[in-house]
Design a protein around this ligand. Structure first.
Ligand SMILES: *Cc1c(COP(=O)(O)O)cnc(C)c1O
Length: 465
């Protein structure tokens, strides 16, 4: 691990410890706010900067690059605004995500639409706004055909096409260690499966027949995909772009969208692998990328945010059951759904803090950290060696800035926790800013049909009058 990465990780831990302490002191966390999400603004800025510089370092100067944050990783408007300020756009995959990006002020020209199930209305809106679209399959390409204004004769009345358009391909390079996040398998639901019979030829012809197809997209996987496999996916995409351009006899494909998927180190503090390492590997494995012949779009999600988010939950009770030691906290399946349902694939590190939010000293004892939901499997961690968590302490689930607290799961009607960003207050302390208000019980009732309480009893029942 290089020195910078180590120092960066140490500073991140120090900032997190100070933030937990300050959150307790300032009452953001306590008996009446038993679980919160915290976001490290400085850390997010550092990751965005690391992403920019990593690719600048390996690409020819002046190569157009759009880093589009995969909004699904952390769908929070203030986060998207912060990233936008850091030069990072948005990759969206639903009307909701598009609306979030727009609410954050991300311009259409820095937005990419990628969902596997786009409706005609969504496609029409994207083209009207000038948002880039990657068609997932031949049927979607048919829909684009109908929307793209005809060039030349008869097209004069239609608005000009502003959206860069491309096709998403699946190079079918195989799975990583987590099936659910492996997108480039033989039978993946995403994109045009390139190795299927006739598929490659179909893709090449689709480009020769449509001069407006100028991008090529592949996102070959997320957490659990080894770097060399990610690089192979990019190499395959590059080779296909070269083949298309050779066939049409000009540089029609001018931009490669290489997707996201850089894995995150959930086993330790260090950022590993780094963007710098991935960019260098890409430059080695796909030397043609360096030449600047293609603009580049990236779609990183988890790797930009995961390390900068922490779920902190109060230990309501500490108990023993049949010799098992259990800390019952307020963070469980509602904020860490993947971990609770698939603990083998998504283990989380837990840090122990005392009732004042200070890191708890040892000795460590083996214990389970449970959530508040009413099923036995609602565990953040099982059999974990940690300083003994006692009533009134806090348990922090680390590396949860992506795909965790912004992905609330309403089990047991547990309310969405508040999310607070933190940074220095300028006087040696910590300042917080509300990113998302905690959900109130009244809001839980409202979204659970509260306005329709008599909807079912008012319906006629057979045999009654
Ligand atoms: C989810 C997704 C990403 C981001 O993946 P991460 O693993 O979060 O980096 C990028 N592109 C597409 C098309 C996706 O579906």
């Amino acid at each position: 691990m290089d020195h910078d990465v180590e120092a960066e990780a140490r500073e991140r831990v120090a900032r997190r410890d100070e933030a937990v302490r300050a959150a307790v002191e300032q009452g953001l966390l306590g008996p009446d706010a038993a679980v919160v999400g915290l976001l490290d603004v400085r850390g997010i800025r550092e990751s965005a900067a690391a992403l920019r510089t990593a690719f600048e370092a390996v690409l020819a100067p002046g190569t157009p690059v759009l880093h589009a944050f995969a909004v699904k990783a952390t769908p929070l408007v203030p986060v998207l605004r912060l990233l936008h300020e850091e030069g990072v756009g948005a990759e969206v995959a639903s009307p909701g995500e598009l609306a979030l990006a727009r609410a954050a002020g991300v311009p259409a020209a820095r937005t990419v639409l990628d969902s596997p199930a786009k409706t005609p209305a969504e496609l029409r809106e994207a083209l009207a706004l000038g948002i880039a679209v990657n068609a997932d399959n031949p049927q979607e390409l048919d829909r684009l055909d109908a929307l793209v204004p005809a060039r030349g004769a008869g097209g004069a009345t239609a608005a000009p096409l502003r959206s860069p358009l491309g096709i998403r391909v699946n190079p079918q390079i195989g799975a990583g260690s987590i099936g659910a996040t492996s997108t480039a398998t033989e039978t993946s639901k995403f994109g045009v499966a390139l190795r299927d019979e006739g598929a490659r030829e179909w893709v090449v012809r689709a480009y020769t027949e449509r001069p407006w197809l100028t991008r090529l997209h592949a996102h070959t996987g997320s957490q659990g995909i080894p770097l060399p496999l990610l690089a192979r996916g990019v190499a395959e995409t590059f080779a296909l772009a070269e083949e298309i351009n050779a066939r049409v006899g000009r540089r029609q494909v001018d931009t490669l969208d290489i997707g996201g998927g850089l894995p995150v180190n959930f086993a330790g503090e260090a950022t590993a692998p780094t963007y710098a390492r991935y960019a260098r590997l890409l430059a080695e494995q796909v030397p043609g990328l360096r030449a600047g012949r293609y603009g580049l779009v990236t779609e990183f999600g988890r790797s930009l945010l995961a390390k900068h988010g922490t779920v902190v939950a109060r230990v309501e009770y500490a108990k023993r059951s049949g010799g098992r030691r259990i800390a019952v906290t307020h963070a469980g399946v509602q904020v860490a759904t993947r971990t609770v349902y698939a603990p083998g694939a998504w283990p989380l590190r837990i840090a122990a803090y005392d009732g004042e939010g200070r890191p708890k000293p040892g000795p460590e004892v083996v214990q389970d950290v449970a959530g508040p939901a009413c099923f036995s499997g609602d565990l953040l961690a099982e059999g974990r060696a940690l300083p003994a968590l006692e009533q009134g302490d806090y348990a922090a689930a680390l590396d949860t800035g992506a795909y965790y607290f912004a992905h609330h799961y309403a089990y047991n009607s547990l309310a969405r926790p508040g999310i607070h960003g933190f940074g220095p207050d300028g006087a040696g302390g910590v300042a917080f800013a509300t990113v998302r208000e905690p959900q109130t019980v009244a809001e839980v009732v409202a979204e659970s049909g509260g306005a329709h309480a008599s909807a079912l009893t008012a319906l006629c029942t057979p045999g009654s009058r």
